[in-house]
Ligand binder design. Structure first.
Ligand code: FAD
Length: 633
């Protein structure tokens, strides 16, 4: 029997990025005793990497902007597969969340007349991204962290204990969501440094664990992105939604190899940077798809004029949504017009004075200088697509962030699905974190205070979770190395379920994943539980394999191309697929044989879009997206 410390809380928030911290603040302010738990140091979550900004239609730079325009842009970007109610709430509430951040101490860049400055980004009709240079995520996390410390200081005054009602467990990992019957009862966790197990008992758990990028070889994502929350939800019985949609950001570094995949922010293009091929052509003009033709410039002259006079010119095609730009770069490289290291050229040096580049894009200047010895004020960058964001995620109720079928389990931020449809617009994640982080905290606290008997964590579940976590120390002869397995997984996903997909390759990926699962069941590590990165990776592998299976299975099922899912064998976006959601559910009971499929794929219909929201679009535009029967309705 595993003897582990148990602590009682009302709400446990797994993840201390933007979504988790905003959820925790809300839950605590609503009176719930709240624990936050995260794998990294407090303040070091992946959100700090966010560069370009946070999208909110405040209309500070162009007063034509409003929530309806933001809603329209988000739906277009997501190719109308967005959970429309989430897109509506997001567009309506994002400005308040940004103002709120400012009242909590965030220092945004200003317009000349002193308002919060907003910059252009792909797919956004007006300048909409509030920003702090190209370090917006850092400021967002700093502000939320400061707010948490302020709440803890209030608690100290009242209870003599800073952590009486809000405590952060940093450098700790959750390996299981625990349940009492159908409902949530807490989380099983370990300290990464000591390997010590402990349990946080709570009637409500919010998953805010971010994305899945570490399953792919070339990615902009940090080490934390191993799909833990996605897997925790599935293992607890909650389905995942539309996992085939993975965003490949068009501009990651391609050289040198050690930094391949690191992000080159979209702000570079938003501020005037242009993409050229090896022949010096601004090739994006050749890649404007029909659905966007009316909104984008036809000539370089018009595109350039737009930066000065956006009301009388159309935007340059470098600012198309990310999926379009990533595919275009891929095509140029494939056609032999790439840069020396397999990307294309992104140039700001001929577009802006050096001083302006250093002021507007300080991180990019240093990133290229230090990592690639390239001075972006004097020469172009080489860039190519990199796995960046997952639109698919835990299926949630739009208003409450509650998961499906597991009472007490909530999800917010990148781990939750629906908001971005098949493709996220840049800047819409930071606003998503705040809007739905707040909502998750609000409803988790409400659920936890509903009364009734607290759920019970059984010793049996604790023993099972402890045995599962310790298994890598007991691997038999011929144990598999977790690092080797991880590399093979990343290669499989990158090569076979990457930016351009083909039926036979995805089927092969599923076979390889099954073989990797069998080997991962024998993953073994040496040494002790005290800080042991090999052990941590062995535990993360379970999650990455499970999530990768979902991505590959859903990608094989959706026989069309849409947003972040591009199939060479089915290149068109097909209107009949518009109202189709693909849900990944866990096989119940879980199969004992690791080679067996663990996911069942279920097709469901999307909820019809509310008529007043449909009325925000021209009929001709809707006809390009909606299925025949939806148009008739
Ligand atoms: P995160 O910030 O990733 O936080 C996840 C948390 O969960 C972490 O604290 C982690 O430790 C914890 N965690 C994970 N698993 C476990 C576990 N098993 N147990 C305990 N804790 C766990 N979006 C924009 O809108 N604008 C931008 O300008 C922008 N720039 C970006 C730049 C880069 C380089 C990248 C990679 C992304 C960018 N994005 C941007 C996307 C955006 O940053 C992310 O989508 C967003 O930060 C995710 O926030 P989150 O709160 O969901 O998760």
């Amino acid at each position: 029997m595993a003897q582990v410390e148990r602590q009682q809380w009302d709400v446990v928030v797994v993840g201390a990025g933007g979504a988790g911290l905003r959820a925790a603040i809300e839950a605590r302010e609503r009176g719930a005793r709240t624990a936050v738990i995260c794998k990294s140091l407090f303040g070091k979550a992946h959100t700090v990497m966010a560069e370009g900004g946070i999208a909110a239609s405040m209309g500070n730079v162009n007063d034509h902007d409003n929530w309806q325009v933001h809603f329209r842009d988000t739906m277009r970007g997501g190719k109308f597969l967005n959970q429309w109610r989430m897109a509506e709430l997001h567009a309506k509430e994002a400005p308040d969340r940004v103002w709120e951040l400012e009242t909590w101490g965030a220092l945004f860049d200003r317009t000349p007349d002193g308002r919060i400055s907003q910059r252009n980004f792909g797919g956004h009709e007006y300048p909409r991204l509030a920003h702090v240079g190209d370090r917006t995520g850092l400021e967002l996390i700093r502000t939320l962290q400061q707010k948490i410390v302020q709440l803890q200081q209030e608690d100290f005054k009242e209870y003599g204990d800073h952590e009486a009602r809000l405590k952060v467990f940093q450098e700790c990992t959750v390996t299981r969501v625990l349940k009492d019957g159908a409902r949530v009862s807490g989380t099983f966790c370990y300290e990464r440094e000591s390997g010590r197990f402990f349990v946080l008992e709570a009637p409500a758990v919010v998953l805010a664990t971010g994305g899945i990028g570490k399953s792919f070889k070339t990615t902009s994502n940090s080490w934390e992105y191993t799909g833990d929350g996605h897997a925790l939800a599935l293992l607890a019985g909650a389905p995942l939604l539309n996992m085939e949609f993975v965003q490949f950001h068009p501009t990651g570094m391609v050289w040198p190899p050690s930094v391949k995949g690191i992000l080159v922010t979209e702000s570079v293009r938003g501020d005037g940077g242009v993409l050229r091929n090896s022949e010096g052509e601004r090739f994006m003009f050749d890649y404007v798809p029909d659905v966007f033709k009316e909104k984008y410039a036809e000539s370089e002259e018009e595109g350039d004029r737009w930066y000065e006079d956006p009301d009388h010119n159309r935007r340059p095609p470098e600012l198309l949504p990310r999926d379009e730009v990533a595919r275009a770069i891929n095509s140029e490289v494939k056609a032999g017009r790439g840069s020396p290291h397999g990307g294309v050229f992104l140039d700001v040096s001929t577009r802006m004075p050096a001083e302006r580049i250093k002021r507007r894009l300080p991180s990019m200047y240093h990133q290229f200088k230090e990592l690639a010895d390239v001075d972006i004020t004097a020469e172009p960058m080489e860039v190519g697509p990199t796995c960046h964001y997952v639109m698919g995620g835990i299926a949630v109720d739009s208003d409450t962030a509650a998961t499906v079928g597991v009472p007490g389990l909530f999800a917010a931020g990148e781990v939750a699905g629906g908001m971005h449809g098949s493709n996220r617009l840049g800047g819409n994640s930071l606003s998503d974190l705040l809007v739905f982080g707040r909502r998750a905290g609000l409803h988790a606290a409400g659920y936890a205070s509903e009364g009734g008997a607290r759920p019970v964590v059984s010793q049996e579940q604790i023993d099972a979770a402890a045995a599962e976590a310790l298994a890598p120390f007991h691997a038999a002869e011929g144990a598999e190395n977790p690092y080797t397995l991880h590399q093979e997984l990343q290669t499989t996903m990158n090569d076979l379920v990457g930016i351009i997909r083909r039926e036979a390759e995805m089927a092969e990926a599923l076979e390889r994943l099954a073989a990797l699962r069998v080997r991962a069941a024998r993953a073994g590590v040496e040494g002790h539980r005290q800080f042991n990165p090999g052990w941590h990776l062995a535990l993360d592998l379970r999650n990455m394999l499970l999530v990768s299976e979902c991505v590959a299975r859903a990608a094989l099922e959706r026989t069309e191309s849409r947003g972040g899912h591009t199939r060479e064998d089915r290149p068109a976006m097909e209107r009949e697929w518009r109202p189709v959601n693909l849900l990944c559910r866990p096989v119940d009971p879980p199969p004992a044989d690791p080679a067996a499929d663990r996911i069942v794929l279920v097709r469901t219909r999307t909820e019809p879009i509310r008529p007043d929201l449909l009325a925000l679009f021209e009929k001709e535009e809707l006809a390009k997206y909606l299925a025949e029967e939806e148009l008739c309705e």
